[in-house]
Design a protein around this ligand. Sequence first.
Ligand SMILES: N[C@@H](CCC(=O)N[C@@H](CS)C(=O)NCC(=O)O)C(=O)O
Length: 204
Amino acid sequence: MILWVSPRTSSLAARLAFAMCGMPGEVREISLRAGDARSPEFIALNPKGQVPVLELEGGMALTETPAILMALGEMFPDSNLLGTSRAERWQVMEWLAWVAWTVPGAFLPGFDPGRFGPAPAEEGIRSAALARADLALVYAGSRIEGRGWAVGGTPTAADCSLALLTVLGGFLGIAPPEALMAHRRRFFALPALRDALTAEGFAT
Ligand SMILES: N[C@@H](CCC(=O)N[C@@H](CS)C(=O)NCC(=O)O)C(=O)O
């Protein structure tokens, strides 16, 4: 099994989930910045030209973070990535779906406003995105306040996705609410994540 990522991008959530499963395969890094995702070899793997991709034995190349996290959680149930009950699994999916919508809807235009409108509109697009991203972080902070983990009593895939939001917020210069930062510190302190975080350039 191979997990394809590009460091310090939204593939971080899948990389953390892979680490929570005990690194069941190889992690292969490409550089989005260098254009690797547009190479013929990568396009053959994922015609969308995006990371993450989970390449499975038998040739399936699974894309889309929620699908990858769900597949990992099902293949490695001891990881508790999908929680410990049916209700927790639904709640984990609720978080994954929300983050999957929130990243492109609220954060991405902040990084790359030119993709969402012509040059004269870029600054407005960017500042509107920052406001939406800030609101999303405040919402997530209010949900995590007073809790150890996003769902249930152990870390799950939802925590991978929440940590990603704080990281993207930081890249945009937004300070996430303290409850969310405390959650990220707690999560990043898990020994299973140490190597993945080091590879992504985060101090643990
Ligand atoms: N819907 C996909 C989005 C993945 C995505 O946007 N990946 C970004 C990483 S920041 C990417 O590869 N962007 C390259 C591009 O779209 O050109 C998911 O949830 O996994």
